[in-house]
Write a protein that binds this ligand. Structure first.
Ligand SMILES: Cc1cc2nc3c(=O)[nH]c(=O)nc-3n(C[C@H](O)[C@H](O)[C@H](O)COP(=O)(O)OP(=O)(O)OC[C@H]3O[C@@H](n4cnc5c(N)ncnc54)[C@H](O)[C@@H]3O)c2cc1C
Length: 400
């Protein structure tokens, strides 16, 4: 982890100024772990962890230093998501998705909007939620059903958002809408809206199997925002999706899932090595060793693929090249399947008492429920269909 970059360039007045990134992340992870069981039980948002993200400057993790942020690299972001994922997968996803929104602003917002928003994010005052999913088109990123309208120098938004992580707690939203003059659903714009600029109504309850602490409830968002709050060109969201949303989502999600699986294995190993564990388990059992090995192998495979994918993107390769797209999708599909499978192996290894009960110290039951969302969160089925088409385009099978 690049601690030099976390030397406290933010505008924070708190006690974290000058602390290393490792120390800041350790603090947030501790807060997240302490409150995770209650937020899972009650399906409530981890407000304590969000406060800690604000306080430590981690909301500004990927904000450039000249805008007051920590100026972290993508590699740092992955380290942070892995560490937070060990404590609470919802918190890791919350930060990962926020940083994805930040990257869209850094790379594509006009200077006025960047100057308005980035210092607020760096100061911990602006947590960003993501609104891309829509009823009808589901998670498909490159189309939008709801159209924005222009009204003098403003954009009028009236958008139903069926699933918005942290929507009830976000200070601002990046929302995909059909561009004002669009003639087809593919002309999508990304618009920033401050909470104060919107009327927000939550519809329905949030009672999922896992990721309960992400509190990703449905919202109806209506309001007017100044025209300069469009991010990038009107109708050109596909560029942001290809350059920022797609790559960073797959990388950060995979890191969060990996952290969750690695945390689960760490707790199992600690339990097995403890005096009580040694009494109950035969650490020489071939069956137990084989299952531990299988879980560890899956975790190391995902880690290797994550680091390789991040490096392949860093080499300046054209992001739209089929081999890069295939690699990014392979990462998401593999991480979502293998992290879940690794935790399933662990439950099989330690059995009902230590693996299946809600209150067992290994927290495998929670990890398995949380990880079950991974193949659904932008469905692997969609990615396999895209990959089939990309594979046909890459006749030489060039490997990234
Ligand atoms: C924990 C969690 C947090 C989330 N947070 C947010 C958020 O903050 N903001 C947000 O906007 N969204 C959020 N989402 C939504 C997420 O990004 C996906 O949009 C959502 O999971 C639906 O995915 P989908 O479009 O792939 O599936 P759906 O559109 O719901 O499709 C359902 C199923 O139909 C099949 N299917 C549909 N279309 C195709 C196709 N073209 N090709 C192949 N198969 C297809 C797939 O099997 C898919 O599983 C979140 C999801 C989860 C699980």
């Amino acid at each position: 982890m690049n601690t030099a970059q976390a030397a406290g360039h933010g505008t924070l007045g708190g006690s974290f100024q000058g602390q290393s990134l490792t120390e800041r992340v350790g603090y947030v992870a501790g807060v997240a772990a302490e409150h995770a069981p209650r937020h899972d039980r009650e399906a409530t948002f981890p407000v304590e962890a969000l406060a800690a993200l604000r306080e430590t400057g981690l909301l500004g993790l990927t904000v450039p230093i000249d805008h007051g942020g920590l100026g972290a690299t993508v590699s740092d972001l992955l380290d942070v998501c892995i560490e937070l994922g060990r404590a609470d997968m919802s918190v890791a996803m919350i930060l990962g998705m926020h940083c994805q929104q930040v990257a869209a602003l850094v790379g594509h917002a006009a200077p006025q909007l960047r100057d308005e928003l980035l210092p607020r994010i760096a100061a911990g005052r602006l947590y960003l939620a993501s609104v891309t999913t829509e009823a009808g088109k589901g998670g498909h990123l490159l189309t939008a059903e709801s159209q924005a309208h222009t009204d003098n120098s403003h954009l009028v938004i009236d958008r139903f958002a069926p699933i918005v992580t942290g929507g009830a707690h976000a200070d601002g939203f990046l929302i995909t809408v059909r561009a004002p003059d669009a003639s087809s659903p593919n002309q999508v714009s990304l618009v920033y809206a401050d909470r104060e600029q919107l009327t927000i109504e939550q519809s329905g309850d949030w009672q999922p199997m896992g990721m309960r602490a992400s509190h990703s409830a449905a919202l109806q968002l209506t309001g007017r925002v100044p025209a300069h709050q469009v991010v990038g060109e009107h109708g050109q969201f596909s560029r942001i999706a290809g350059e920022v949303f797609g790559p960073l989502a797959h990388l950060a999600w995979s890191a969060a899932w990996l952290g969750t699986a690695a945390g689960a294995l760490a707790r199992v190993v600690a339990m097995l090595r403890s005096p009580a564990g040694r009494r109950r388990f035969d650490l020489g059992s071939e069956l137990l060793l084989g299952r531990l090995s299988a879980a560890r192998q899956k975790i190391d495979t995902v880690h290797a693929l994550l680091r390789h994918t991040e490096q392949a993107l860093r080499c300046g390769t054209e992001l739209s090249a089929p081999r890069i797209q295939l690699l990014l999708n392979a990462l998401k599909i593999t991480a979502s399947e293998q992290c879940h499978a690794a935790v399933d192996d662990l439950i099989q290894a330690v059995g009902l008492r230590d693996g299946y009960l809600k209150d067992s110290a290994t927290r495998l039951e929670l990890a398995l429920r949380d990880l079950r969302s991974a193949p659904l969160n932008y469905s692997n089925d969609r990615l396999h269909q895209a990959d089939g088409r990309l594979a046909l385009l890459d006749a030489e099978v060039r490997l990234a």
